[in-house]
Design a protein around this ligand. Structure first.
Ligand code: PRX
Length: 655
């Protein structure tokens, strides 16, 4: 646990008030308006959510219970209610907005499509009928492993339409990661593509899917394959069906399957502090309610906005702020398939200009990477339509914040720094942009209805300014995770046990400043945040020790200018340590190996060979020591328990 010592952030006290033109036109215009909402939410928490649920969602059967706490921490929201998520995201807009563009798509190679709400409805229904024709029913699990094309959203929406539970696996994950997730979910169907275009190359999704299925996944009966790249792929006539064949003769009408509020909408695997990713299970009604309300409160979305969230649907951000939230409000979204640097570092800004993007939401790591290309590139595009900017996934350093503010936002766009997690389903701590002045690096205040606090080891609330502690949420909220798929005990142990069920434990540490603003300080568990994506140190360690030459491995994070955190691995080999600690060929092989086991994001940036790992008497790896070494800091920890001082030299790379 660290105690408020992120120096660059501590010194940051600049305050940026909402620009007047923005506030005047925003949904929530002033601090007083927001306070009224927050006070109402605090005093009448359940009634507050119930009112929103009635107002914002279309129900087939109205709910009668707001919140059932009988089996806490298994909370149930809006019981007895039935609805359909795809109906709420699409059908209900058809009366007034059938021709409105739902999705503006641009492929990496420059191909473009505009898909209206009517066309989206028709495509979703065709696929939903196709799924039904394969015997898929409500509750079945479908794994989606696709490029970032509209069909990824169509697949998610088609599952939702028939009550099937989707589990999207990020296209950058390896065959092994895909297999693990399919097997854990017991999925019966896989939806993939022949490939996708990214970084000037074809991402071989079908090849990885074939590899996953050849190695296991007995539950998968069929694979639907979207033709995206049209390059040669292996075809398995027993199991593979083309997307265009399964949808070809299907009706464009598919009666939504009405499911209960608590029906699982999706599973999404995320890293925890063990080697095994956890399948975070989300509900239907509660999830969509927070997805929708945060799009209104935090993104201040209006009917004529063009909203672009750059996240891939393989992450929670791509679920809540691409596939569900903005569609539930009947908005127009942008989807871009490729990398931000193809053909050059101006691609994002070029997309913003050409599609008239008004709200832009991305990760600090992308901002830092694009900032490196200099100011001239963004300055050569017309970004005048932008009115709001957002960030997510990791703390943003003030330098990147200021660049975003000045060069991209021209000092006219509020920046919403949104803190949330796969588990929370939607924004939890974030500025309401017309009402809350922002500070570079702070996610500001909890949203209405969300009671966030910082507590000490015993669970006592820390009210003192600038003292760090555990970031917790004190009350249940509609879009909270419901459990971990197939491992309910882990759900209880991870999120509720530490404070005996009193609070939801986020796993982050944070502090509040004198104004009550939250500053996220980082994870308190063994989870890394690489480019805004979570990775368990144990996951990378398990991948390393699975290599035939590795005996032991310890992985820690190291600050990285672009990625936020980089991966530093200390490795003990079977047999002798390489001469002078250097074996470049093996290092490359191990990096490649981890990439194949998990995915390229898990590739260690640095590997250091050592004869031993530093351990405590009870055999625990001294990670804090390794973290200091990885950062190149002076060692202040007690190292008297080390058997052999020479290890320190090896660990520090000096022998
Ligand atoms: O450590 C926090 C960091 O990302 C973690 C959640 O990761 P994930 O579930 O992959 O979801 C990322 C997208 C919501 C958090 O526990 N994090 C997320 N947003 C922020 C953040 N850290 C600082 N500031 C943020 N705005």
């Amino acid at each position: 646990m660290s105690r408020g010592n992120i120096n660059s952030i501590l010194k940051e006290d600049r305050l940026f008030s909402p620009p007047t033109p923005f506030s005047e036109q925003s949904r929530i215009k002033s601090r007083a308006d927001l306070n009224a909402l927050t006070t109402d939410a605090k005093e009448n928490n359940e009634v507050f959510w119930a009112k929103l649920a009635r107002e914002k969602l279309d129900w087939q059967t109205p709910f009668t219970t707001i919140l059932n706490t009988e089996h806490a921490p298994h909370f149930k929201w809006f019981e007895e209610g039935t609805l359909n998520i795809s109906f709420n995201c699409i059908d209900r807009h058809l009366k007034n907005k059938a021709d409105k563009t739902a999705i503006i798509f641009e492929g990496e190679k420059g191909d473009m499509r505009h898909i209206s709400y009517q066309a989206l409805h028709d495509d979703v229904c065709r696929l939903a009928n196709g799924l039904k024709s394969l015997g898929i029913i409500a509750g079945d699990r479908i794994v989606i492993y696709m490029p970032m094309t509209p069909e990824a959203v169509i697949a998610m929406q088609a599952c939702a339409r028939i009550g099937a539970i989707h589990s999207v696996v990020f296209g950058g994950f390896s065959a092994t990661s895909l297999r693990d997730r399919i097997e854990d979910a017991g999925a019966t169907l896989l939806i993939t593509a022949d490939g996708g275009f990214r970084g000037g190359k074809i991402v071989e999704l079908k090849a990885a899917a074939d590899q996953a299925l050849a190695a296991g996944c007995p539950s998968i009966k069929q694979t639907i394959v979207l033709k995206r790249t049209a390059h040669d792929i292996h075809w398995n006539t027993d199991k593979d069906i083309w997307w265009h064949d399964i949808t070809a003769n299907q009706s464009t009408e598919c009666e939504p399957t009405w499911v209960s509020s608590e029906h699982p909408l999706f599973l999404l695997y995320t890293s925890g502090s063990t080697g095994k990713p956890k399948g975070i299970q989300h509900s239907s009604a509660g999830y969509l309610l927070n997805a929708l309300t945060t799009v209104e409160w935090v993104f201040d979305i209006k009917d004529d906005d063009i909203f672009w969230c750059t996240a891939d649907v393989g992450w929670i951000t791509g679920h809540t702020y691409v596939a569900y939230g903005p569609l539930a409000t009947g908005s127009t979204i942008v989807i871009y398939e490729g990398a931000p640097t193809v053909p050059d570092g101006g691609r994002f800004w070029s997309l913003c200009e050409r599609h008239g993007v008004t709200i832009f939401y991305t990760a600090p790591t992308a901002i830092r990477a694009l900032m490196k290309f200099g100011d001239d590139i963004p300055l050569s595009y017309n970004l005048e339509k932008l009115r709001l900017l957002g960030t997510v996934g990791e703390p943003i350093n003030p330098e990147a914040w200021m660049w975003y503010h000045r060069i991209i936002g021209k000092e006219q766009c509020p920046i919403v720094d949104t803190w949330w997690q796969t588990e929370t389903g939607a924004h939890m701590i974030a500025p309401v942009p017309g009402a809350i002045p922002t500070k570079p690096g702070s996610c500001t205040l909890a949203l209405p209805g969300i009671e966030a606090a910082i507590v000490d080891e015993k669970g006592n609330e820390i009210l003192e300014a600038d003292v760090g502690g555990y970031l917790v949420i004190k009350k249940p909220w509609p879009s909270m995770l419901r459990t971990i798929w197939g491992d309910d005990q882990r759900y209880i142990d991870t999120y509720w046990a530490k404070f005996e069920g009193r609070y939801y434990l986020s796993g982050d540490s944070a502090r509040r400043d004198k104004a009550g603003y939250f500053w996220i300080m980082g994870r308190i568990d063994d989870v890394l945040n690489v480019s805004g994506h979570r990775l368990g140190t144990m996951e990378v360690e398990s991948a390393l020790v699975a290599h035939e030459r590795v005996a032991e491995a310890a992985v820690v994070g190291k600050p990285d200018e672009i990625k936020g955190e980089g991966i530093f691995a200390f490795v003990v080999l079977l047999g002798d340590r390489p001469e002078g600690g250097v074996n470049e060929a093996l290092t490359q092989e191990l990096r490649q190996w981890v990439s194949e086991q998990i995915g390229p994001i898990a590739k260690p940036d640095q590997i250091r060979y050592t004869d031993n790992l530093p351990k405590t008497r009870s055999g625990k790896i001294m990670r804090r020591l390794l973290r200091s070494i990885a950062k190149g800091e002076a060692i202040t920890q007690d190292t008297s328990t080390l058997e052999d001082e020479d290890i320190l030299k090896q660990l520090s790379g000096q022998a």
